[in-house]
Design a protein around this ligand. Structure first.
Ligand SMILES: C[S@@+](CC[C@H](N)C(=O)[O-])C[C@H]1O[C@@H](n2cnc3c(N)ncnc32)[C@H](O)[C@@H]1O
Length: 310
C-alpha cells in the first residue's frame, strides 16, 4: 500500500516535516500531523475500493474498462463461415431432409382436426404485390428466393406467380416462426387460436395449397436468426432475398447481416418498410447503416429498399 502512495502525497508530507522542523515545532506535533495525513489518505483509499466507479479511479472498473470502439466493432462482426453453396436443384430436398424428416409438410394437409379451423383462403399482406417484386424477378431470374417474414404468404405467393409466369423453376424458402406478434389474435380474429397456439402456419399452408404452389414454396417455421445460421451451415444460398420479419432496428440489423452472407454473387437483397415510420424507422436505420459499413448504395423502389449489384 505504502509503495503505491502517489508522489504528490509523499511530497506534501515531506514539505510539512520540513516546515515543522524550520519553525521549531516540537517532534510529537509533527508526528501527530503526519499521522492525521496518513489516516485521511488511507480512509479515502478504502472508500474508493468499495466504490470502483468513483471518478478518479474509473480505470479500475470492470464495466467501463473496454474502450467503446471495441464494443462497436463487435457489433459489426458476423463471422460464421458458410459451407460452399449447394446446387439450387438440391435445395428443396436438403430442407425436407433436415427440417421435415424427408417428408413434405403438405402431405395429408390439412388434418381433419385442423380443417374446420381454417378459412378456404385468407391472404393479407403489406405491400406484398408491390412493383419491386416484378422488377427484381425479371432482372435476377432467381432460382432460389429466400423470404424472411411470410405471415399468410401474400408476398411469397405473389413471387411464385411471377416466377411461374416467366417459366422459371424457382424454389421459394419462407422463414417465419408463424407466431406473428403479441396481440395478433385481436387484429386478425379469423386466424384461430387453440390453447394459445395461433393457426397462422396452417392458414399460410392452406393459402399455398389453394393457389397450387406447394412445389414452389417450402417453409422453415423457426426464428430468422436460428434458420439463417442453419442455411449458412448447409450451404443454402439465395439469388433473391426479401427481408420483412422484425421491423425494429436490432431485428432488421441482424436479419440483414445474416441474410447478406447467403446471397449468391450477382444476387439482390431487398425489404419492405424503408419509408414507413414503424418502429421509429428501425428498418431504414438498419439498412442505411449496413449499406454504409459495406460500401453499398441503397436504391428505393416504392416502400421497398434494394441492395445489390445494379
Ligand atoms: C410483416 S409480416 C410479413 C409479411 C409478408 N412478407 C407479406 O408481405 O405478406 C412479418 C412476419 O415476420 C414474422 N417474424 C417476425 N419476427 C420474426 C423472427 N424473429 N423470426 C421469424 N419470424 C419472424 C412474423 O411472424 C410475421 O409473420
Amino acid at each position: 500500500m505504502i509503495a503505491n502512495f502517489p508522489t504528490d502525497v509523499i511530497a506534501a508530507t515531506r514539505k510539512y516535516i520540513y516546515v515543522f522542523r524550520r519553525r521549531g515545532f516540537i517532534k510529537p506535533t509533527s508526528y501527530f500531523v503526519l499521522l492525521l495525513c496518513l489516516s485521511y489518505y488511507l480512509g479515502y483509499l478504502s472508500t474508493v475500493s468499495k466504490n470502483p466507479t468513483h471518478e478518479p479511479h474509473q480505470h479500475y472498473s470492470t464495466t467501463t474498462s473496454s474502450p467503446p470502439s471495441k464494443v462497436v466493432v463487435d457489433h459489426y462482426q458476423f463471422q460464421t463461415r458458410c459451407a460452399d453453396p449447394i446446387p439450387s436443384q438440391f435445395i428443396r430436398e436438403t430442407i425436407l431432409n433436415y427440417v421435415f424428416n424427408g417428408t413434405s409438410p403438405y402431405h395429408d394437409f390439412p388434418q381433419p382436426h385442423i380443417k374446420p379451423l381454417l378459412r378456404q383462403k385468407k391472404i393479407n399482406g403489406w405491400g406484398s404485390t408491390g412493383a419491386v417484386f416484378r422488377n427484381l424477378i425479371h432482372k435476377v431470374r432467381p432460382k432460389t428466393i429466400i423470404e424472411l417474414g411470410t405471415f399468410l404468404g401474400a408476398s411469397a405467393i405473389h413471387m411464385a406467380e411471377l416466377t411461374r409466369e416467366l417459366g422459371l423453376d424457382t424454389q421459394i424458402l419462407c422463414i417465419d416462426d408463424f407466431r406473428g406478434w403479441p396481440g395478433l389474435p385481436n387484429q386478425f380474429q379469423d386466424i384461430k387460436m387453440v390453447n394459445g397456439d395461433t393457426m397462422l402456419m396452417y392458414q399460410f399452408m392452406q393459402n399455398v395449397v389453394q393457389v397450387n404452389a406447394t412445389e414452389a414454396i417450402i417453409f422453415l417455421p423457426f426464428s430468422t436468426a436460428s434458420t439463417l445460421e442453419k442455411l449458412c451451415e448447409w450451404g443454402v444460398f439465395g439469388d433473391l432475398i426479401e427481408v420483412d420479419a422484425g421491423h425494429d432496428f436490432h431485428s432488421a440489423w441482424l436479419d440483414i447481416n445474416r441474410a447478406y452472407k447467403l446471397l449468391r454473387p450477382g444476387g439482390v437483397i431487398f425489404g419492405h418498410d424503408y419509408f414507413t415510420a414503424a418502429d421509429n424507422r428501425g428498418v431504414r436505420r438498419a439498412v442505411n447503416m449496413f449499406a454504409s459499413v459495406n460500401g453499398l448504395r441503397v436504391k428505393a423502389d416504392g416502400q421497398h429498399w434494394v441492395l445489390g449489384s445494379f
